[in-house]
Design a protein around this ligand. Structure first.
Ligand code: ADP
Length: 319
């Protein structure tokens, strides 16, 4: 194998640039020509790619987003789209591909692999909803961004004796809400992985205020609902003025944390080593402090689960 390519697909995540950089630098280190594909599978279908050198990825490690840009590409789900993507790779003599994205992107990778392309997946999503890895690239930064914003909301909340409901991202996963809620010291965390019981939340707020608390923070995962649906109910049943904020897309941007840069750098380099060793249809994982690779089929078949220990501890220490 002489030529490999890298692309970012699905929702962007801070640290994707660091992962691209590692793939490019490690690829060149091992003697590959490395191509960057623009806009994920869309660029593969439309033949939008170019050769990268060591310096193409200079000054990128600290940047959020992805300089290769990303896209949601429905055509990739069709046989016609898949054939076009494969043809582009054949046309350029590219035999190996690193796909940085979430589980949707892995499904595309799996199909390319079945079509004879050597593909390795790297988990890149702020949602941390890829079961085979304890951390996906971007999650740590998103949690830090959310905690930073919640700290600011705490200032205004405490100044006005209010409850604030803060809605965070995560799609169907409660990981960002759970981790940000614990780290920000929230009174309540509402996640899809836990039965919603607003009575408990309101009672806790009421009890807290009766004992001298003068503000409260409720972290809401978008997978449970939107903050507008909860503010009135919480205000009515807790008796405390309640405001809401949706943190929105700021959680997807920003300079990646050191942890995400490390994760991205290691996974990027190790993905290239997989290709060098002739592996295909595998994805990079981080489990129990170790980095490993796993069959994409196996990774996709693993049932999703939240961090049960964090969930248990959140209940224990929020009062
Ligand atoms: P993520 O990778 O973050 O989960 P998506 O689910 O939007 O994001 O998937 C990203 C892209 O991966 C899609 O836009 C599509 O191009 C490709 N993809 C998703 N599912 C499939 C599939 N079943 N077959 C082929 N390609 C897919």
């Amino acid at each position: 194998m002489k030529k490999i390519a890298v692309l970012t697909s699905g929702g962007d995540a801070p640290g994707m640039n660091a992962a691209i950089r590692a793939v490019v630098r490690a690829g060149i280190y091992y003697g590959f020509e490395v191509y960057g594909v623009y806009q994920g599978y869309k660029g593969l279908i439309e033949d939008d790619l170019e050769k990268l050198d060591e310096y193409s990825v200079s000054d990128k490690i600290q940047r959020g987003g992805t300089f290769l840009r990303s896209a949601r590409c429905l055509e990739m789900k069709t046989d016609e789209g898949l054939n076009k993507a494969v043809n582009t790779l054949h046309k350029h003599g590219i035999e190996g591909l690193v796909v940085i994205g979430g589980d949707g992107s892995y499904r595309g990778a799996q199909k390319l692999s079945r079509a004879g392309i050597n593909v390795i997946g790297i988990p890149g999503t702020i949602d941390n909803d890829i079961s085979c890895t304890e951390y996906s690239i971007g999650f740590d930064t998103a949690v830090n961004t959310a905690v930073d914003a919640i700290n600011k909301i705490r200032d205004t909340s405490s100044s006005h004796n209010r409850v604030n409901v803060v809605e965070v991202m995560g799609r169907n996963s409660g990981f960002i809400a759970l981790y940000a809620g614990i780290a920000a010291g929230a009174e309540a965390i509402l996640i899809p992985e836990k039965e919603l019981n607003l009575d408990v939340v309101c009672d806790r707020i009421k009890k807290g205020f009766a004992l001298g608390k003068y503000y409260g923070l409720v972290i809401l995962a978008e997978g449970v609902g939107h903050y507008e649906e909860f503010c009135d109910v919480i205000e009515k049943y807790s008796g405390v003025t309640t405001r809401g904020t949706n943190l929105g897309y700021i959680q997807r941007g920003g300079s990646p944390s050191a942890f995400d840069r490390m994760l991205a750098s290691k996974m990027g380099a190790m993905a290239v080593e997989c290709l060098k060793d002739g592996k295909t249809n595998r994805c990079m994982c981080y489990q129990h402090g170790r980095f490993l690779d796993m069959e994409i089929e196996e990774a996709l078949s693993m049932p999703y689960s939240i961090d049960e220990e964090a969930k248990r501890i959140a209940e224990m220490i929020a009062i």
